[in-house]
Design a protein around this ligand. Structure first.
Ligand code: NDP
Length: 311
């Protein structure tokens, strides 16, 4: 009997939760983790994170490839990608985790918490008069599935929020701009910069020394997308000079961040190990199931990406 099969590949993700939810949603789906245990001709769907080179070529009848994560930078450059719809994960659990991370990092700076953390280590009662959040300008680079809810949440707690993307967006209480020609002005008006851009050929190194220098003196930077969007050498120089006062970094050019990296020793850098947001399999698998249902009906799947554009 010919079965409608899905092949799962990840060295990081446990397939059990995915299998449970997917086969609950689609009882006729044949879920496999072992490419040797399935007839390649029956494999119509791939759900994979960084599979080895040549992985996709084994399955001649793929109809859908889903990246087992939100960022597709490791997938789009491959030379074995089949000419079928490519999708990424997105789920409400992932969105709320990222929103909470961004809110935490921005509020930590807005409420001068690093100053109090340092003062406490000196047993010092250090009063800093709080500023109204409405006076603090937060800029969100990237207004996609994660950036839009984060910008809306920042506006919701009262920050003066700006957002920047490739195409112009409309988000309540967020001043939006778009395109490279508006980036310099955007940076000049941003006290707390939140980076939620995908890593593409256009965004790699986008925040270089020149652009970082446009931020107001003493700005704060939060990078929760991909390390290589920022020129790390330029960021280190800016953090040393005080041009950028503080940074919260969840992502790095090299991960895990090497033990001898200069960021570890910087008192004005908060490091988290690439967990600003994670996929919640029980929720995301329902979206994957819905995409499979759509593809079975000959309709476009959810959360499709454009490999040519890079996101
Ligand atoms: P999306 O693809 O949904 O959105 C990307 C946004 O960036 C869009 O608004 C897009 O503009 C904008 N953009 C892309 N290229 C450019 C450009 N050249 N100039 C201006 N704007 C641009 O991504 P998500 O919001 O889902 O996620 C963002 C990134 O976060 C992911 O790519 C991933 O790398 C990272 N991530 C990190 C995690 C972590 O734990 N640290 C977890 C999950 C994701 P437009 O809307 O006009 O297309």
């Amino acid at each position: 009997m010919s079965r409608d099969a899905l092949i799962f590949y990840s060295e990081f993700d446990d397939p059990r939760a995915w299998k449970a939810t997917l086969t609950n949603e689609l009882p006729d789906l044949d879920f496999h983790t072992d490419p040797e245990a399935v007839d390649p001709a029956n494999v119509h769907y791939a759900l994979a994170w960084k599979p080895p080179s040549g992985f996709f070529s084994r399955f001649p009848n793929l109809k859908l490839v889903t990246n087992l994560g939100a960022g597709v930078d490791s997938l789009v450059g491959r030379n074995d990608l089949p000419d079928v719809p490519i999708t990424r994960l997105s789920d409400t659990g992932m969105v709320s985790l990222m929103t909470s991370y961004v809110l935490f990092a921005a509020i930590r700076y807005a409420r001068d918490i690093p100053i109090f953390e340092r003062a406490q280590r000196r047993s010092e009662w250090r009063y800093v008069h709080p500023r109204a959040l409405s006076d603090i300008r937060v800029g969100v680079l990237g207004l996609g599935e994660l950036g839009t809810p984060a910008a809306a949440a920042l506006a919701g707690v009262g920050f003066d929020v700006r957002g920047w993307s490739r195409s112009l967006k409309q988000i309540a209480n967020v001043k939006c701009s778009a395109g490279l020609e508006t980036l310099d002005t955007f940076l000049g008006e941003t006290e707390i910069l939140i980076i939620l851009l995908p890593l593409t050929s256009e965004t790699r190194g986008l925040l270089d020394a020149q652009r970082l220098s446009l931020l107001p003196w003493g700005a704060k930077l939060v990078n929760a997308s991909r390390g290589a969007v920022v020129d790390e050498t330029a960021l280190i120089a800016a953090l040393k000079s005080g041009q950028i006062a503080e940074a919260t970094l969840d992502v790095f050019t090299v991960e895990p961040l090497p033990k001898d990296h200069v960021f570890w020793g910087m008192d004005n850098v908060l490091i988290t190990p690439h967990l600003a947001s994670i996929t919640v399999p029980e929720v995301a698998a329902r979206e994957v199931a819905e995409s499979i249902r759509l593809v079975r009906q000959g309709l476009p799947p959810l959360h499709r990406i454009d490999p040519g554009r890079g996101y």
